[in-house]
Design a protein around this ligand. Structure first.
Ligand code: ATP
Length: 353
């Protein structure tokens, strides 16, 4: 399939600073692409270049396989809308905020009215038309910003850290909005974030950036299931442990990760290794259950992180593990900070990075 946008060897310099360093990336029509990477990797700069807000210092940009370097900005600005990380709403009503882009494009009153109401419906802010946007909560302001982008009916929606620092309910509304515009309006969506878990529910594919380049890309599921060492290091992945492996006669290995903690893994290795266990692969139990799983460890809950229908538990076993359970299981088990629990996981859930 022909990519919608292809960036070839893009360089962006700000004086001495090389923000993008010969970056290559393809964006497919209709996909939700996560742009991952640590602070300063160049994610925002990449989004600004795609949005036509910044011009690249050098490199080529293709739209539907036609090169469009000259006059790229005005061409692409009609097709892309970017929502910035730090939302700035105007000190006027929600309605005026959302209608602004259409007014300057001289759309008719009737069309503006129709589109503003449709956008308010999508971001679940119906009835907020007359409220002052500046007086809304951070999450509501973020939804106003998204609505302001949606009324322009962009072909590509670029979101910079859209759910950073938002509560779980607002996060799930924004995730729903992203899925809706992608599915119903066929909008291609790019989401820049440093946190892989903030896009796990929505993105199809991910491009991982480091030092101004895309160093890895592929289906997000694959990156989450078997992340590379670089991704594990930079995306604040939990349950990444370094240790020394010794093969057992059973075809598995036992890994000493320190503090008298051992992990049994379904591979044969000798020497230093780094392993990863998906939080959702760990079973949480209040009693030491009988199971065929090779790993069982006792610990104490030290943090409870609410992700709406999913709860993540940080558990101190001597090493910190993260487990993930449904809200219902969390309630049924009556768990609290300090609760003693057992973590159970299979040797085959331990992947070698
Ligand atoms: P963050 O997650 O912190 O926003 P990022 O991955 O989005 O990081 P960018 O904001 O694209 O990274 O920044 C990439 C590099 O370019 C950084 O070193 C940054 O300081 C620099 N940079 C970005 N914009 C400018 C600018 N307008 N002038 C000078 N340097 C800039």
């Amino acid at each position: 399939m022909m990519p919608l946008i292809r960036l070839k060897e893009i360089v962006k310099r700000y004086g001495e600073i090389l923000a993008l360093n010969r970056l290559n990336l393809e964006v497919n029509r209709g996909e939700i692409l996560a742009v991952l990477g640590p602070n300063g990797a160049g994610k925002t700069t990449l989004l600004k270049i795609i949005a036509g807000i910044e011009e690249p210092t050098s490199g080529e940009i293709y739209y539907n396989d036609s090169i469009i370097n000259k006059g790229f900005s005005s061409f692409i600005r009609q097709r892309c809308t970017m929502v910035f990380q730090r939302t700035i709403v105007f000190n006027t009503t929600v309605y005026n905020n959302i209608a602004y882009g259409l007014k300057i494009r001289r759309r008719s009153k009737a069309e503006i009215d129709k589109r503003v109401h449709e956008a308010l419906r999508i971001v679940k802010l119906e009835g907020y038309e007359k409220r002052n946007a500046k007086k809304l909560s951070g999450g509501e302001q973020q939804r106003v910003s998204i609505a302001r982008a949606l009324v322009l009916e962009p072909e590509i929606l670029l979101l910079d850290e859209p759910t950073a620092n938002l509560d779980p309910r607002t996060t799930s509304i924004i995730e729903e909005v992203i899925r809706y515009v992608n599915r119903e309006l066929e909008t291609t969506v790019l989401i820049a974030t440093h946190n892989i878990f903030q896009v796990g529910n929505v993105a199809d594919r991910a491009a991982f950036m480091l030092n101004g380049r895309v160093i890895e890309s592929g289906p997000l599921k694959d990156l989450l299931n078997k992340p590379s060492l670089k991704i594990a290091d930079f995306t604040r992945l939990e349950n990444v442990f370094h240790g020394i492996a010794k093969p057992l006669s059973t075809g598995t290995s036992i890994i000493d990760i320190g503090d008298s903690i051992y992990i049994e893994a379904a591979f044969e290795k000798t020497g230093p290794v780094t392993v990863f266990i998906q939080p959702e692969d760990i079973i949480v139990s209040k009693k030491p259950i009988e199971s065929s799983a090779r790993n069982i460890i006792k610990g104490r809950i030290i943090e409870i992180i609410d992700h709406g229908p999913i709860i993540r538990l940080k558990v101190d076993t001597g090493k910190i593990f993260t487990a993930q359970i449904t809200r219902q299981s969390f309630k049924d088990m009556n768990l609290n900070i300090g609760s003693e629990i057992y973590l159970v996981y299979k040797a085959s859930s331990v992947s070698l990075l």
